[in-house]
Design a protein around this ligand. Structure first.
Ligand code: NAD
Length: 258
């Protein structure tokens, strides 16, 4: 068994992924960052300088399996093996089902669900050979519960919850674990966009949307801090989490207790 402190985090040039990347860097992980932000390479250089670890960047599009394979190969070669994958990249679109654009459905299933499969598949044999692998999927409270108007997102995130269990079963003989984290609302660019859209749709102020629409299902009426998610990911990535596998850990202010 070789504990490999190298991690690839998809969608890590913004929001939750960037928060997880910084927590891993702080704890001595070398990283491959990924995302569509045009200043991705700069962000990687900043994280490297701040924490004194090696940080690579790939702009691989999570809709393109061949770009994913290349990203994983580069991480394996240049970091000296890949121990941890955090499948975090995600997008959102909200619409009643009858108007839901087909291209938005394909986009959300592609980025939020299929890329989790393609990245995990590409990293799998390396993890198997080194007898160490930690796959961490960022799903959502919407991987466990539904909300109206989020057909593609809820379908994709429920899919990730299921895929997490399958990878846990297949990885068990090789010291590969697979777990998911299901956040409630986290104040990131993805949610800022939703606050604005919902304010328009409901003809409410942004404060009213947060209180009456967004956090209505959470028992704790606060956004989930990125630090809490990053701490959970770090635990799942660790050697001591070897028998923690197949779980979806809700960190959602009590949403799914109802
Ligand atoms: P964000 O918009 O801040 O970041 C998303 C990241 O994904 C960015 O780096 C973006 O470049 C990347 N990305 C999007 N499409 C991509 C593509 N085709 N190829 C490569 N990268 C791509 O969003 P966030 O809020 O930090 O969300 C991160 C994850 O957490 C998502 O999977 C999201 O569904 C999940 N999540 C978020 C919340 C929340 O309240 N913010 C709640 C539950 C789950």
């Amino acid at each position: 068994m070789s504990f490999t402190k190298n991690a690839l985090i998809t969608g890590s040039t913004s929001g939750i992924g960037l928060g997880i990347a910084k927590e891993f860097a702080k704890n001595g992980y070398n990283l491959m960052l990924n995302g569509l932000e045009p200043n991705g390479a700069e962000i990687a250089a900043q994280v490297a300088a701040e924490f004194g670890v090696k940080v690579l960047f790939s702009g691989a599009n999570m809709l393109k399996p061949e770009e994913i394979q290349q990203m994983v190969k580069t991480a394996q070669t240049e970091l000296g093996g890949l121990g941890v994958v955090v499948n975090n990249a995600g997008v959102q679109f909200v619409s009643p089902v009858e108007d839901f654009p087909d291209d938005k459905w394909n986009l959300i299933i592609g980025v939020n669900l299929s890329s989790t499969f393609h990245v995990s598949k590409a990293a799998w044999n390396g993890m198997k050979d080194q007898k160490f692998g930690r796959i961490i999927n960022i799903t959502s409270a919407h991987g466990l519960r539904a909300s109206a108007f989020k057909s593609a997102y809820v379908a994709a995130k429920h899919g990730v919850t299921g895929l997490t269990k399958v990878l846990a079963l297949e990885g068990a003989p090789y010291n590969i674990t697979c777990n998911a984290i299901a956040p409630g609302y986290v104040r990131t660019p993805l949610v800022e966009g939703q606050i604005k859209d919902q304010a328009k749709a409901h003809n409410m102020s942004e404060e009213e949307v947060i209180e009456k629409v967004m956090l209505v299902k959470q028992a704790i009426k606060d956004f989930v801090p990125i630090e809490t998610l990053a701490a959970a990911a770090l635990l799942m990535a660790s050697e001591k989490a070897a028998t923690m596998t197949g779980i979806t850990l809700p960190i959602e202010g009590g949403w799914t207790s109802q």
